[in-house]
Design a protein around this ligand. Sequence first.
Ligand code: WTA
Length: 631
Amino acid sequence: MIQKINTLEEYHEVYRKSVEQPENFWAEIAATFKWQKKWDRVLEWNFRDPDIKWFAGGRLNITENCLDRHLETKGDQVAILWEPNHPGGEAIQLTYNQLHTEVCRLSNALKSQGIAKGDRVCLYMPMVPELAIAVLACARIGAIHSVVFAGFSSRALADRINDADASMVLTADGAYRGPKTIDLKSIVDEALTDCPGVLNVWVLKRTGSAVDMVAGRDTWWHDALEGVPAIYAAETMDAEDNLFVLYTSGSTGKPKGVMHTTGGYMVYAEYSFRNVFQYNEGDIYWCTADIGWITGHTYIVYGPLLAGATTLMFEGIPTYPDAGRFWEVTDKHQVNLFYTAPTAIRALQAKSPDFVARHNLSSLKVLGSVGEPINEEAWEWYHEQIGKKKCPIVDTWWQTETGGIMISPLAGITPLKPGFATLPLPGIQPMLVDHDGNEMKGNGVEGNLCIRFPWPSMIRSTWGDHERCRKTYFETFDNAYFTGDGCRRDAEGYYRITGRVDDVINVSGHRFGTAEIENAINEHPQVVESAVVGYPHEIKGQGIYAYVICTGLPADQQEVRAGIRATVNAFIGPIAKPDKVQFVKGLPKTRSGKIMRRVLRKIAEGGSSELGDVSTLLDPEVVEEIKEGAV
Ligand code: WTA
């Protein structure tokens, strides 16, 4: 079993070892897992191609480590504890034995449908146990899962299905989201009109919504599982075989499929889970993310199950039936470790304190935060009102690309500082770099956050386009992985993430490229050109501000604004709809035609008096006009 770090001195000692002898360090941790064949080499790498291999030659199946290896000692312990959307609905408990059986059954069913090792299977599902089962069944047969968050639109889904060339989609008739029902199957049907590669769709019955089943393509989930055997011998995978692809946005182009492989991801998922949350046997752990995001992959499914924990899965939303739901569920299931996003904390903080006071939160031991910078007010509220000042808050910085938590306190061990992700995990070597690529050594510096040495769960490639991976992450700074984040290292050596330094905005913890939203807006028939920037938003962290040029100033601005929002909804999904739309006659462009986003950001922030040097603009007057019309 992986040994946890127990004290701050031990952390420093382990950290030093992890930097001085990374291979020995990770080999010792990897040895705690079940391998079908031991690796030949711990690490081979270069950041130029990039080419990164952890535990090459090793053979394993991650689900044997999530499931089979626990059966003897904790077969009857709850693995997945599921809380439905509707309060009063029945919670489901799946023990490790039961989860193993369900995963084996689905594995057999997928296999008999013809899904083979390396095939891509797209999962577009509600937060129900079957989603976790499907993730694990794919891994068990060696298929590559591509989970798409069920809040994305049919076009966004189609893009992801086609990019990964998935041959199968697993979905449900519908999903409950608070008071709403979303007809997932009809969204899938619409998407598939553009996806000729998809041969099979399995449909889980969840809401009972009416669905059209396409003959020869669609099968009910329960029919597919009928009579299948409950044992499936896990496929043998190479440590560097692909485990999953997960789409995420960057500053340019369409979202890209981040690739993670099997062995290194597994090792880092459990190591980081145990250490950051300081998980103890028997703890009830709840991460409120959706499995459609990396947080759900690593810290609802893989990390906790690898550690043999009880992981709570919640189908609903924080504000249904009221803003006390998280705390009601915490009390009901006696949750010990709780992990959520700042946007949820801020939304709940804005509601009456009664929603918290009504519930007993004394089971809580550790609180976590992820996805965006947590502001001090939200940190303090979380600490005082939820943690009653006795629970450490782990502010965990990481990314889809990093696979696991990179910079974070270890709960109860690392002294906390609100707003700071504090110190890197063992094995993680952050580096701050200035614009010219020079490393900024010492403390009290701020720059671009890079990582100078590989870690086991790092991105290996982007699906179908390795060059894009190289360009995005490994080209900007020589011999380093570039995160896209800005960061300050204070006098004590503590890290504080200051936000993205590229054209990515973070809305309620969701990443969007500004270009991606602009492309959607530009699909509106009256739009000629647009520019999108982020601006500080009280609840969402960042809001979306769109400057839009139309064919003539619209007569009915409200109508066109609504039309633009609907277009973004159709091309990406409701989470990407602009909060503010300003109609403009021109955009501030330099002589080379580049939009000066810095100016647009300032105006969106309401700071139009300090725009800086605009002398290189082609038409500085445009700026005056935009300032006047700011919304
Ligand atoms: C941001 C989510 C500040 C950051 C796991 C990063 C954070 C992006 C934090 C990745 C944090 C994540 N403090 N910023 N604790 N955690 N971020 O890929 O900008 O959805 O680059 O992964 O979220 O978002 P992603």
